[in-house]
Design a protein around this ligand. Structure first.
Ligand code: SAM
Length: 290
């Protein structure tokens, strides 16, 4: 239950480069709240000075995200309205704003979001790559094992994949994406909404060659085409056709399926009818008993 006397948490989207992208509503909110929590106060002070906003500023970042959230929640319980802004874009998208929003919900504090710039959505729109279905991975995990696990899960991903990356890690990430996902189409989106904005559409191996020759600079979003369903189906069919029928049946039966269910699955995998499988199994079993 939310406390009617408590303040509100406002998640305010700020520009990812071009200051004109800030919304009227964000400016009004930043002017009206009691306190602004910023990921990097030195960075945000420039933005606030530019718009002549003078408000108490406090830092809210990855390393104080739990303790500071409790402090901010206490302030909101006493009626203060708090705006949260991060270094760029929409708070809670690959930055600590998410923890604060989560803890406010748990504490019964009203959370609202003022939409605006977001590198993920800007890159996806500009990429021209299928945006009907996509997965956002944010930054791939730095831990090697965890990273391999995520990349392994993306190998057969048919949806468009969006990844954030810093310039000094770009080349290694492109190489790992190539190793796991193959030579897919990619849009390398750089410095969005800024002076040197660019979107490079190429194959992953071309991107590797390009950034080996040209040192990556600026901020990047990678938009990678999903695996084609035809290719995936063909690969599966080839794999199953290479198995003999008995092997294929026991693969499903060992997973707990009964004979009928296994026949249905095997028929679908091989692109034939259940009757064909039934007949083939009879022929094979007669062949063995003769
Ligand atoms: N909350 C932000 C958002 O809404 O997009 C993202 C924050 S995350 C800590 C920072 C990453 O976003 C950068 O490393 C980069 O991958 C991406 N990014 C932010 N601004 C960008 C820009 N102008 N051009 C390209 N990528 C950008």
């Amino acid at each position: 239950m939310s406390d009617r006397n408590a303040g509100t948490l406002y998640l305010c989207a700020t520009p990812i480069g071009n200051l004109s992208d800030i919304s009227e509503r964000v400016l009004e909110t930043l002017r009206s709240v009691d306190v602004i929590a910023a990921e990097d106060t030195r960075n945000s002070i420039k933005l606030l000075n530019h718009f002549d906003i003078k408000k108490p500023l406090t830092s809210y970042h990855e390393y104080n995200r739990y303790d500071k959230a409790n402090e901010l929640i206490d302030m909101m319980r006493q009626g203060a309205d708090v705006a949260v802004i991060t270094d760029a874009g929409t708070p809670a998208i690959s930055d600590p704003g998410q923890v604060l929003a989560d803890m406010c919900h748990a504490a019964g504090i009203t959370v609202t979001a003022l939409p605006g710039p977001c590198a993920l959505i800007t890159a996806l729109a500009m990429s021209g790559i299928d945006s009907r279905r996509f997965v956002f991975e944010g930054f791939l995990p730095p831990d090697k094992k965890e990273r391999r696990q995520i990349l392994g899960m993306l190998e057969d991903e048919m949806r468009t994949v969006v990844v954030y990356e810093a310039p000094h890690h770009l080349l290694a990430t492109l190489e790992q994406l190539y190793e796991h996902l193959g030579d897919r189409n990619i849009a390398v989106c750089r410095e969005l909404t800024k002076k040197f904005e660019e979107v490079k559409r190429m194959r992953l191996c071309e991107a590797i060659g390009f950034y080996k020759a040209n040192e990556p600079r600026g901020e990047f979003v990678l938009v990678i085409e999903g695996r084609s369903s035809e290719e995936l189906m063909k690969e599966k069919e080839d794999k199953f056709r290479a198995m003999d029928l008995e092997e294929h049946m026991s693969m499903y039966e060992s997973q707990g399926m009964d004979h009928k269910e296994a026949m249905k699955m095997v028929a679908a995998d091989r692109g034939v009818s259940k009757r064909d499988i039934y007949n083939q199994l009879i022929i094979e079993s007669n062949g063995r008993s003769n």
